[in-house]
Ligand binder design. Structure first.
Ligand code: C2E
Ligand code: MG
Ligand code: MG
Ligand code: MG
Length: 287
């Protein structure tokens, strides 16, 4: 009996695997066409000073509107894009789109772009950054690249070199999701980051677990002593914002301050105004 049960469950397991593999294959085929079919877009989420609410810039967040499955969150398709190598084209598209967009804004706000470890390792990122800056005319000081620890993990020597080359263009580099990796302190000390982004899990746990406030306090102190800005992610409540202000965390991002939105909407809401000479493909180009 036991044996049949096991055999049966193995069969189910294999069927299940088969379905999953098929679904992933279908999804990566769809993703391959997504750029060409205009299904990818970028949403922008505001980043502000915690103490005054002054707006500093926006983070570009990738969106996929699938024709049949609807909106698919990046956490679901980026790993697939990384496995298939599609992230190289997609990541380049996001960087170019974000820089093109930001170059049309009449205020000199920053734009932050997420980079995958795969892009960092398998493409000539410094060249891409230089090319995109030259094409779009965006002031390098307005661009910030967000990396997670996985990007600098596999080959520290090469990563250090790449970061230095990227920073030589005048672009800033932020360490994203800080506190969720394995060797956060080590990473921070050995690479020339400009900013630490404290992962949203710490901000959201602070009211249930006061010890996380001690961690936030320590990261703020660390940032200060290394001369880095510290941004808190995932701020959803006025209490969280107040706590971060008390702890001296200088920058913030989260639903309380603004949800990610398409540029078109930010322009319609009056949050962003465009240069009068914005290119014709811009959302509200006036020509
Ligand atoms: P991330 O870079 O840490 O981005 C922050 C994520 O937190 C975003 O999720 C954002 O929508 C979400 N968020 C912002 N404020 C709040 C809040 O107050 N509460 C909560 N619960 N969430 C908040 P999103 O857009 O789903 O992106 C998830 C992750 O996907 C990003 O995390 C980033 O790692 C990755 N990602 C997004 N766009 C790109 C991209 O263009 N390239 C690459 N390589 N990765 C991307
Ligand atoms: Mg990010
Ligand atoms: Mg993050
Ligand atoms: Mg993340």
């Amino acid at each position: 009996r036991a044996k049949t049960d096991i055999t049966r469950s193995i069969c189910f397991y294999e069927k299940d695997m088969d379905a999953r593999v098929k679904a992933r294959r279908a999804m990566s085929a769809d993703l391959r066409d997504a750029i060409a079919h205009g299904q990818l877009s970028v949403a922008y989420q505001v980043q502000t000073l915690v103490s005054t609410g002054e707006r500093l810039g926006y983070e570009a967040l990738l969106r996929w509107d699938h024709p049949r499955h609807g909106f698919i969150p990046p956490d679901q398709f980026i790993p697939l894009a990384e496995e298939t190598g599609l992230i190289l084209d997609i990541g380049e598209w996001v960087l170019r789109t974000a820089c093109e967009d930001a170059a049309t804004w009449s205020q000199p706000l920053t734009v932050a772009v997420n980079l995958s470890a795969v892009q960092f390792i398998h493409s000539d990122l410094p060249k891409l950054v230089r090319d995109v800056l030259a094409e779009t005319g965006l002031n390098p000081r307005r661009l910030e690249l967000e990396l997670t620890e996985t990007a600098v993990f596999s080959d520290a020597e090469r990563a250090r070199h790449l970061l230095q080359e990227i920073k030589a263009t005048g672009v800033k580099v932020a360490l994203d999701d800080f506190g969720t990796g394995y060797s956060s302190l080590d990473t921070l000390l050995s690479f020339p980051f400009d900013k630490i982004k404290i992962d949203k899990s710490f901000i959201q746990e602070a009211h249930v677990n006061p010890q996380t406030i001690a961690i936030i306090r320590a990261v703020v102190a660390l940032g200060r002593s290394l001369g880095l800005s510290v941004l808190a992610e995932g701020i959803e409540s006025a209490e969280q914002l107040h706590m971060l202000d008390m702890e001296g965390c200088n920058e913030g991002q989260g639903y309380l301050l603004g949800r990610p939105a398409p540029l078109k909407q930010l322009v319609a809401d009056g949050a962003i105004t465009l240069n009068p000479q914005a290119p014709a493909h811009g959302p509200m180009a006036t020509v």
